[in-house]
Design a binder for this molecule. Structure first.
Ligand code: BG6
Length: 479
């Protein structure tokens, strides 16, 4: 039996996370322009529609735009020390290339920050979370076009100046490495993945990396207290068998996942990536100014973690699981969520150790959680969801975070994804619920939008209040 000391440091940032397009609604209110999400009514399943359609749940979402005060009060009741949210680019610059920012949009986030300050909740702001302005996607070709670098930097600068002293932690792009998997959602490139030219995809990645680095530079200039993080999807990729060819395949795919983190942390491209580009015959448009810009490296690395996958070099074994949205083969040793996302708490400890060993920068888990079909029941004391499955998932993952901290990894905080039910990014439905707070809204758009505390709400409040002391060993581990 091992002896464990309390793992979570004082000041650990416990909280929750959301994204503007998945909660705010009010998609055409307050001078807001259209974003790519307004023409993605079905998430990743169909690419886009020409115009916004009525079947888009994100148009009203959970109406956070009007109910933010009530929602933040509930976060405070759980004891949140931090709240990660994103700013909708199109509330600030409706078309993305407007000469002046939209005051009504800026004022909305002032009001959100007022509420957070009331409860002493530290904001973590994602500057761009899967919602490139539609105008930039359609008229400029999305991130393929270098013009977006300056437009993004103008937008980011506007935020840094406006919210100076109020926001200290900034994330430049949500899941920046998702560009290789979902070029429309992550890069505003309105094509199916297989129809995007490699050269365009890698150039878009470069443009985003330069934009991120330049924003980092400006953030420090505006306020030296600012802390800037990159944000990547973390997916451990295990070799399907001990065959070295499978292990090498896993390494190769992992290196590709890591490129974005490498550039953000080290300020230059790794050799294996330059080799890949050479062998594909791709010559990126990289200027000397770009190389200089990339030297503005980040203060911390943040990431989302939901699942792991396996990799095999054998073409005959390339079976794709329903839920493996970022490639890979389902792991025969793991169970999966109702959406096929394989559940792997130990994978989170592996990621934390790998990232720490590789980058030696503080890490921030800014997304993790279980999407599940919840049933609202009457407990006698009011309506609730008895979501013991979510509690088990979160307990097991957080326990592994504690293990990683005990391993010596520097972890700044943990924000549970979709701390209040929201519209799913990949499926654009409400029945894939992550929250501690149930929102009465259904896939057909019906519902009162009333909020109810789930059983996990009380559990998470206890986790935070005890600074993790109530967490139990994961299934199968000793106490
Ligand atoms: C991450 C995204 O990929 O996963 C979020 O940053 C998303 O926007 C989350 O909601 C969970 O995915 P989904 O498809 O279940 O909503």
């Amino acid at each position: 039996m091992t002896t464990r000391t309390p793992a979570f440091p004082e000041g650990f940032l416990w909280g929750g996370a959301t994204a503007a397009n998945q909660i705010e609604g009010a998609y055409d209110v307050g001078g807001k322009g259209l974003s790519i999400q307004d023409v993605m009514p079905h998430g990743l399943q169909t690419l886009s529609t020409q115009e916004p359609t009525d079947d888009n749940l994100k148009h009203e979402a959970i109406d956070f735009y009007h109910r933010y005060a009530e929602d933040i009060a509930l976060f405070a009741e759980m004891g949140f020390r931090t709240y990660r949210f994103s700013i909708a680019w199109t509330r600030i610059f409706p078309n993305g290339d407007d000469a002046e920012p939209n005051e009504e949009g800026l004022a909305f986030y002032d009001r959100v920050l007022d509420e957070l300050e009331k409860y002493g909740i530290e904001p973590v702001v994602t500057i761009s979370h899967y919602e490139t302005p539609l105008h930039l996607a359609r008229e400029y070709g999305g991130w393929r076009n270098r013009a977006l670098i300056d437009l993004y930097v103008t937008y980011a600068t506007t935020l840094f100046e406006r919210y100076k002293g109020r926001v200290r932690h900034w994330l430049t792009f949500n899941e920046i490495n998702a560009l290789f998997h979902f070029p429309f959602m992550a890069g505003g490139i309105e094509l199916n993945r297989d129809d995007v030219e490699d050269a365009d995809l890698y150039q878009a990645a470069h443009n985003e990396l330069v934009a991120s680095a330049l924003a980092t530079k400006v953030a420090r200039r505006v306020d030296p207290e600012n802390k800037i993080g990159c944000m990547v999807i973390a997916v451990p990729r295990y070799g399907l068998t001990p065959d070295p060819a499978d292990q090498r395949k896993a390494q190769e795919e992992t290196q590709l996942d890591f490129v974005f983190g490498d550039v953000h942390v080290r300020g230059q491209y790794p050799g294996h990536y330059l080799r890949l580009l050479r062998e594909k015959g791709i010559e990126l448009d990289i200027t000397d100014a770009d190389r200089e810009a990339l030297r503005n490296t980040v203060d911390f690395v943040s990431f989302s973690y939901y699942m792991s996958v396996c990799e095999s070099a054998d073409p005959a074994r390339q079976t794709k699981g329903e839920g493996n949205v970022v490639g890979g083969i389902p792991n025969p040793t793991l169970e999966a969520s109702e959406w096929g996302w394989q559940i792997d708490p130990v994978g989170l400890r592996i990621v934390l150790n790998d990232f720490w060993d590789r980058w030696q920068l503080p890490l921030f888990i800014v997304e993790n959680g279980l999407g599940a079909k919840d049933v609202l029941v009457d407990s006698g004391e009011g309506k609730t969801v008895e979501d013991d499955y979510r509690i088990a998932y979160l307990n097991d993952h957080l326990y592994q975070v504690g293990e990683a901290i005990t391993d010596g990894v520097d972890v700044l905080g943990y924000t549970a994804w979709g701390c209040i039910d929201l519209v799913s990014a990949s499926k654009a439905e409400l029945s894939k619920r992550y929250g501690f707070i149930y929102v009465d809204r259904n896939d057909d758009g019906s519902g009162t939008l009333a909020r109810y505390r789930k059983r996990s709400f009380d559990w998470y409040r206890d986790v935070i209040a005890s600074n993790g002391a109530v967490l139990r060993p994961s299934h199968g581990e000793d106490a």
